[in-house]
Design a protein around this ligand. Structure first.
Ligand code: ADP
Ligand code: MG
Length: 312
């Protein structure tokens, strides 16, 4: 039987091997995973998954968090708004089942429910693609069309979904603006490198200008060996630079690439891969509007420099 409750991650997952400081903390964290997460906020929660930089893991995050939410019992619609480089369907293994897209719905060629592709494993997860692969953003398709789409999903006969996840294209041009328009909250995916962080910082500013204040971040492709060798920024460094609450820390894990190629998101793997567990925990926190303060508390203090001995 598949457990609906993500297990706490092994301690070695966290950067610099943090351990709960007190017994109370340890007991609390065990109790937390012995219950179902409580959905916070009004539904549907419209969440855009964005980054600025391409290739940092937006689509991977959308697929894995989306299916984790479905496994937790919530109804989810994932919209692939990366029009030119659509690949969420591939990651989910649903590419052969996409017969219609939003473009056909808007043209009146099909109904909305015909464009929604139900996942074969979790029927409370549905995928919606904006257009056919390699096509350009349809003329006149913008934020208003996406708002219309979200409203149409809210008013479906079978009831509104709990979550609408929008997989955002890279960059900050028209596709990005369209994708963020209907969202009330954002998950910013970044990797711990300077180019990704700069783009993430720029995107944070744009999201805030658009009125999206609820922004949480996922730090993806973290390598503890490189952090220890001081070749990679720690999660704490990333948090200090971006100043955003943390939704999850995902290790760099070859299983992610394997699962991508198989069209089988790794949260469905049995036994679960480390990155899969990390995505499940991030989904849990998304449901409860919680952020991971633990990493801030657990990380070892930074090394003291030479001058600190002299009070510097
Ligand atoms: P984006 O949507 O931001 O362009 P993708 O989700 O398509 O990024 O990911 C880009 C590539 O990085 C994919 O090949 C994916 O398998 C890989 N990848 C993403 N996250 C991880 C991870 N945690 N560990 C290893 N590979 C990853
Ligand atoms: Mg993508």
């Amino acid at each position: 039987m598949i457990s609906l409750h993500p297990k706490p991650l092994p301690f070695h997952f966290f950067p610099k091997q943090p351990k709960p400081k007190t017994l109370t903390l340890r007991v609390q964290s065990l109790l937390q995973y012995n219950r179902k997460p409580q959905l916070a906020g009004d539904t549907p929660r419209v969440v855009v998954i964005t980054s600025g930089k391409g290739g940092v893991g937006k689509t991977t995050t959308t697929a894995n968090i989306g299916l984790s939410l479905a496994r937790l019992g919530f109804s989810v619609v994932a919209i692939d708004a990366d029009v030119g480089l659509r690949n969420l369907d591939l990651l989910l293994g649903l590419e052969n089942r996409v017969n219609y897209t939003v473009v056909e719905v808007l043209n009146g060629d099909c109904r909305l429910d015909q464009a929604l592709v139900r996942d074969k494993r979790w029927s409370n997860f549905e995928l919606l693609c904006i257009s056919k692969p390699r096509s350009k953003l349809p003329l006149g398709f913008g934020g208003k069309a996406l708002i219309w789409l979200v409203d149409a999903l809210k008013n479906r006969e079978e009831g509104k979904p709990d979550f609408i996840l929008i997989d955002c294209p890279a960059g900050i041009d028209a596709g990005f603006i369209t994708a963020i328009t209907p969202a009330n909250e954002a998950v910013l995916v970044t990797t711990p490198d300077i180019t990704s962080l700069r783009d993430a910082d720029r995107v944070t500013g744009l999201l805030e200008c658009d009125g999206i204040r609820d922004i949480k971040m996922i730090v993806n492709r973290v390598r503890t060996d490189m952090i220890k060798g001081e070749d990679m920024m720690s999660v704490l460094d990333v948090q200090e630079m971006l100043g955003l609450p943390l939704l999850g820390v995902i290790p760099d894990d070859p299983e992610v690439i394997r699962s991508t190629n198989r069209g089988y998101p790794l949260v469905l793997n049995k036994p679960p891969a480390l990155a899969g567990l990390a995505f499940e925990q991030a989904a849990w926190r998304l449901v409860e509007q919680d952020s991971m303060k633990a990493v801030m508390m657990e990380e070892e203090p930074k090394k003291r420099g030479f001058f600190s001995f002299f009070g510097g």
